[in-house]
Design a protein around this ligand. Structure first.
Ligand SMILES: CC(C)(COP(=O)(O)OP(=O)(O)OC[C@H]1O[C@@H](n2cnc3c(N)ncnc32)[C@H](O)[C@@H]1OP(=O)(O)O)[C@@H](O)C(=O)NCCC(=O)NCCS
Length: 168
C-alpha cells in the first residue's frame, strides 16, 4: 500500500501554527463511510459511500488521517493515459495547514504511476481557495463549462496539468 508520512514541522514551517503529524495512504474500505460523511459536510452535491466504493474499484481513494481521525481525502481515476481529480476535501477545522496540497501531491503521484500523462479537473468558478491551490500546484485553466454546477448554479473552470515527473 502506498503511504506517506508528513511532518508538519519539517514541511510547513512557514505556516506552522499547531504542529501535528498526519499520514496519507490509500483509504481502507472501513474509511469510505467517513469520507461520505465528510462529503456531506463539505459539498452541496455529496458523494455517497457507494460512490466512493465504486470509484475505489477503478481508481484511487486517499485518506489523510491522524490516528483514527479522517482529516481529508482525495479521489481520482486514470485511464488511457489521462487522469482526473474527482474529489478533494479537507475538513474545515484542518484547512490552511498544508493538507490539501499534500493530498493533491500524493494523488498526482499515484495517477502518474498509474499511467496518466495529463490530469484534468473541474472547479467552481467562485472556489478561490481550490483554484489557488491548483494554480500553485502547476494546473492551468484550459476551458469552461457554462452552468455546469447546481446548488447553486455556477460555471465550472476546467484545469489541466501535464505530468513530466511525479510531484512536479
Ligand atoms: C480547497 C481545499 C482542499 C484546500 O485545502 P487546505 O488544506 O486548506 O489547503 P492548503 O493548506 O494545503 O493550502 C494550499 C494552497 O491552497 C491555497 N489556499 C488554501 N486556502 C486558501 C484560502 N482560504 N484562500 C486562498 N487560497 C487558499 C493557497 O494557494 C495555499 O498555498 P499557501 O499556503 O502557500 O498560500 C480546502 O479548502 C477544502 O477542502 N475546500 C472545500 C472543498 C473543495 O472546495 N474542494 C475542491 C473542489 S474542486
Amino acid at each position: 500500500m502506498n503511504q506517506a508520512n508528513f511532518s508538519m514541522e519539517k514541511i510547513f514551517t512557514a505556516k506552522m501554527v499547531d504542529p501535528m503529524e498526519f499520514s496519507i495512504a490509500e483509504a481502507e474500505k472501513s474509511q469510505f463511510s467517513l469520507i461520505a460523511d465528510a462529503e456531506a459536510d463539505i459539498f452541496s452535491n455529496p458523494w455517497s459511500e457507494k460512490d466512493v466504493a465504486d470509484t475505489a474499484d477503478r481508481g484511487t481513494v486517499l485518506a489523510a488521517v491522524n490516528g483514527r481521525n479522517l482529516l481529508g481525502y482525495a479521489i481520482g481515476i486514470s485511464a488511457a493515459g489521462e487522469g482526473e481529480i474527482l474529489r478533494l476535501g479537507v475538513l474545515s477545522e484542518y484547512r490552511g495547514i498544508g493538507l490539501g496540497r499534500a493530498l493533491l501531491t500524493f494523488l498526482t503521484s499515484s495517477l502518474y504511476k498509474s499511467g496518466a500523462g495529463v490530469l484534468f479537473l473541474e472547479v467552481r468558478e467562485s472556489n478561490t481557495p481550490a483554484r489557488a491551490l491548483y494554480l500553485s500546484c502547476g494546473f492551468t485553466e484550459c476551458g469552461r463549462r457554462k452552468k455546469y454546477y447546481s446548488s447553486p448554479v455556477e460555471d465550472a473552470v476546467i484545469m489541466s496539468k501535464l505530468l513530466k515527473n511525479p510531484n512536479t
